[in-house]
Write a protein that binds this ligand. Structure first.
Ligand SMILES: C[S@@+](CC[C@H](N)C(=O)[O-])C[C@H]1O[C@@H](n2cnc3c(N)ncnc32)[C@H](O)[C@@H]1O
Length: 248
């Protein structure tokens, strides 16, 4: 890829344009995001998120950043665990997603320890060494400069803190890979058209997953940003991977 360009799904676009294109996808899907998530994953995204929480080491009183937090599934769980002494920041670049998230969490009665911040993962507006835990769930593949975003996360994490990256990844078996391709490119855009009247955003979803760094590449990128003891767990045969790394 030439300098100044990047991927938007399978298209090569000017790096400066990707943010706007991604923004239009999430403005378009925000209202139906939770419904589509449940339909597309047959509810399994809830188990992937639960596994991430189990690996988070989160405790009452912790400061947590749920980056690219969108409609706030992870934030809701973190808010209950960290309690009144803790703080959860739900940060997302997209105001439509943040609004849906804030309404949902308020309706759940979660108000006391959550802050909402509109921010780009590449340039986090938080002090150095601030958070005990950072999660980015299904967000990193949408970010234009992923290495810069990982550097930014490293900066705002406290020494001793951990980063969890939950993201679609590379299936570990040929058979699963073939079935998954069939599902993503034949069924998913049709489902998007039917339920959300938006097949293009779901076509982007399928393509962006294929263009995202695989398990080992992402591990290397986290190490390059300074994270240590980086490892990953393949979930649902590698359809999703949870990467975990520490700042010491
Ligand atoms: C697929 S949603 C994930 C939402 C939520 N974390 C979840 O797991 O359900 C991806 C989110 O990443 C956000 N996002 C995309 N690019 C971003 C960036 N550069 N900085 C922060 N958030 C970003 C989008 O606005 C969107 O809300």
């Amino acid at each position: 890829m030439s300098e100044g360009t990047t991927h938007f799904g399978y298209q090569t676009v000017a790096a400066d344009d990707k943010e706007k294109l991604v923004a239009s996808v999430f403005h378009s899907v925000a209202a139906k995001y939770d419904l589509m998530n449940d339909l597309m994953s047959f509810g399994i995204h809830r188990l992937w998120k639960r596994f991430a929480i189990d690996c988070s080491g989160i405790r009452p009183g912790h400061k947590v950043l749920d980056l690219a937090g969108g409609t706030g599934d992870l934030t809701a769980r973190f808010s209950r665990i960290t309690g009144p002494q803790g703080e959860v920041v739900l940060a997302d670049i997209n105001d439509s997603m943040l609004k849906v998230g804030r309404n949902k969490l308020r309706n759940l009665g979660l108000v006391d320890n959550i802050r909402y911040v509109q921010a780009n993962a590449e340039a986090l507006p938080f002090p150095d060494n601030h958070f005990d835990l950072i999660t980015i769930g299904f967000g990193l593949r949408n970010v234009t400069d992923k290495q810069q975003a990982l550097d930014s996360m490293f900066r705002v994490l406290k020494p001793g803190g951990r980063l969890l990256v939950l993201e679609f990844s590379k299936p570990t078996s040929e058979l699963m890979s073939k079935l998954y391709d069939l599902y993503s490119f034949r069924i998913l855009p049709k489902m998007g058209a039917l339920v959300a009247q938006d097949s293009e955003s779901y076509q982007y979803l399928a393509e962006s997953i294929r263009m995202h760094p695989d398990q080992e590449t992402l591990k290397g990128m986290m190490e390059q940003s300074g994270f240590e003891e980086v490892n990953y767990y393949n979930l649902t045969q590698g359809i999703v991977a949870l990467h975990r790394g520490y700042k010491f």
